[in-house]
Ligand binder design. Structure first.
Ligand code: MG
Ligand code: ZN
Length: 542
């Protein structure tokens, strides 16, 4: 062996050993890329800022009659076992997002814009995590307690420039074909004729659907997407029994014509053995049973709190509490399931905060004083100078028996002459532990000319608008603005404040549990598109 050859050999050994050691260091450093997870469960609370979590946490811990087992939220347990980070959710070229743009940014791991569904900031269709997972052989599912065609679930499996193209979104869902789809929203699947009184098609659907369904169609054609879904191999079910009886890996469950009932309505129904509508945790359970049969693993998005957002828009603290408790019940179910399936990465997060909500101290009903006996007081009287909130308020919030939306809808079903302040007082005071006066009701029903009128606008095509005294431009949707006026009437008694009828840029929580190599990547503050990227990488997707 010549010196030259020996030199080459030594160099070769050096190169191989150093590259091996570099490689092993790289493997150590980038351990996550070497060990994908089997399952990803993404749980979204729509409009669930940290303040909304605080409401549920205060209720769990301090309500005199808290219904939360062990007085600890499942989400708090998940935080203790996993990692808690923060997410910022702003859209391209904007400061605050809506649910469509935000869910899209999570789903495509890149920038998008308010109102957009599964398209990038330029409006081009972008592959979502669900579509990539499906292509890679994972089972996939979407669960929402609003409508399957609504912004949050749609953003994971449809591509449209505008969120309210729900008839087209329903078509996209059948193109993408997630294995499991459970929510409301049947009306975007039914032929337009269903809307024609007296048509045979309408009569046929009346016979097929539970009586609670409104008969309506949001389609402009005669396509029957229920029949099309069946032809694609989906059992299509409309109630709890149907869901329980459905066999096979796939299922499409549409449990309401429009949105599913809000959490207070579900709570009222919970004791009824004849209840036909599944809870969000029952839908999640059904999804997990099916998806877990996949040999490859699965991706599941659960919008467990689609109506947290609606309660926020309505400035409805009682409904907000119920929505949060329903959300947490589902988080608990997922936590229990994941405990038995350790290769599962769970991420609980939100798309934005809604309402700029919080308990706030005030000069309303100042406390009369407390009899305290601490040594530090040493004869000095202790005085709480302001009203820092009474934990009993939490039980009174939980006692609310109908959401503001439902109460005002009930008022609107009456003849115009009967939609009086007195009628509203009677409705509210029968359903809420915080009574209102006729003057309050008059303020709730007051209107003024809409100075932001826009012909043909989805929300602003109204000549009058509910009369809001301050920050009124942040109340954009007339029925919700009226509900928010009711929320304001109750606010001082509830000890809560609301800053807006829309969304805020508040950082939201990103709580992860599962393999530490992945959860630790979710620590700290990320833009939500980075969270989407990390979830894709966890499943080994490009
Ligand atoms: Mg949503
Ligand atoms: Zn919203």
């Amino acid at each position: 062996m010549t010196i030259g050859r020996r030199y080459v050999l030594v160099m070769l050994v050096w190169v191989v050993t150093t590259s091996l050691s570099c490689r092993s260091q790289a493997v150590l450093r980038d351990a996550p890329s070497a060990t994908r997870v089997r399952n990803v469960i993404l749980v979204i609370g729509d409009g669930m800022g940290p303040q909304q979590v605080a409401l549920a946490n205060l209720y769990a811990r301090h309500a005199p009659h808290s219904v939360v087992k062990g007085r600890e939220l499942a989400l708090v347990k998940l935080m203790r076992e996993g990692q808690t980070g923060l997410s910022s959710t702003e859209p391209a070229d904007g400061l605050v997002n809506d649910s469509a743009g935000s869910a899209t940014q999570l789903a495509i791991a890149g920038p998008s814009r308010p109102g957009m569904i599964g398209v990038d900031a330029d409006g081009n269709p972008a592959q979502t995590i669900l579509e990539k997972a499906r292509k890679a052989g994972y089972a996939t599912g979407l669960v929402s307690n609003v409508r399957i065609t609504d912004a949050t679930p749609a953003a994971f499996a449809a591509h449209r420039p505008y969120r309210y193209q729900e008839a087209e979104i329903a078509e996209d869902l059948l193109t993408t074909q997630p294995d499991v789809m459970l929510s409301g929203g049947l009306r975007s699947f039914l032929p337009a004729q269903v809307g024609d009184e007296g048509s045979a098609v309408r009569a046929a659907w009346r016979a097929r659907l539970p009586p609670s369904f409104r008969l309506e169609s949001k389609r402009h054609d005669q396509r029957d997407l229920v029949a099309e879904a069946r032809a694609l191999g989906y059992p299509v079910v409309f109630d709890r029994d149907g869901l329980a009886a459905a066999r096979g890996e796939r299922v499409l469950g549409l449990f309401a014509s429009g949105a599913m009932p809000d959490a207070i309505a579900m709570h009222r129904m919970s004791a009824d053995p004849a209840r036909t509508v599944p809870t969000v945790s029952e839908m999640t359970q059904a999804a997990l049973e099916r998806l877990s049969r996949s040999a490859r693993g699965f991706f599941l998005m659960v919008e467990a709190g689609g109506q947290i957002d609606w309660a926020g828009h309505d400035n409805d603290a009682g409904d907000l509490l119920h929505e949060m408790l329903a959300f947490d019940e589902t988080v608990g179910l997922i936590r229990d399931w994941a405990a038995d399936h350790p290769e599962t990465l769970v991420l609980v997060t939100a798309d934005h905060e809604t309402g700029s909500f919080g308990f706030s101290y005030s000069r309303w009903k100042l406390p009369s004083g407390l009899a305290l006996s601490g040594q530090a007081l040493a004869g000095e009287p202790f005085r709480t100078e302001f009203n820092y909130g009474d934990p009993a308020v939490l039980d009174r919030l939980h006692a609310q028996r109908a959401s503001f939306g439902e109460l005002l809808d009930t008022l609107d079903t009456r003849p115009v002459a009967e939609r009086t302040p007195e009628a509203l007082v009677a409705l509210v005071n029968a359903a809420s532990a915080f009574p209102i006066t006729v003057d309050d009701a008059r303020a709730v029903l007051a209107t003024e000319p809409n100075e932001t009128y826009v012909a043909g606008h989805r929300y602003l095509d109204e000549r009058t608008f509910p009369r809001i005294a301050d920050f009124k431009e942040f109340y954009v949707d007339p029925p919700r603005a009226r509900a928010a006026l009711l929320g304001r009437a109750l606010a001082r008694e509830q000890g809560v404040v609301w800053g807006t009828g829309t969304h805020t840029s508040t950082l939201v929580l990103a709580v992860a549990s599962g393999p530490r190599a992945w959860t630790r990547r979710l620590e700290g503050l990320h833009h939500e598109s980075e969270l989407g990227r990390i979830l894709m990488e966890a499943l080994g997707l490009e």
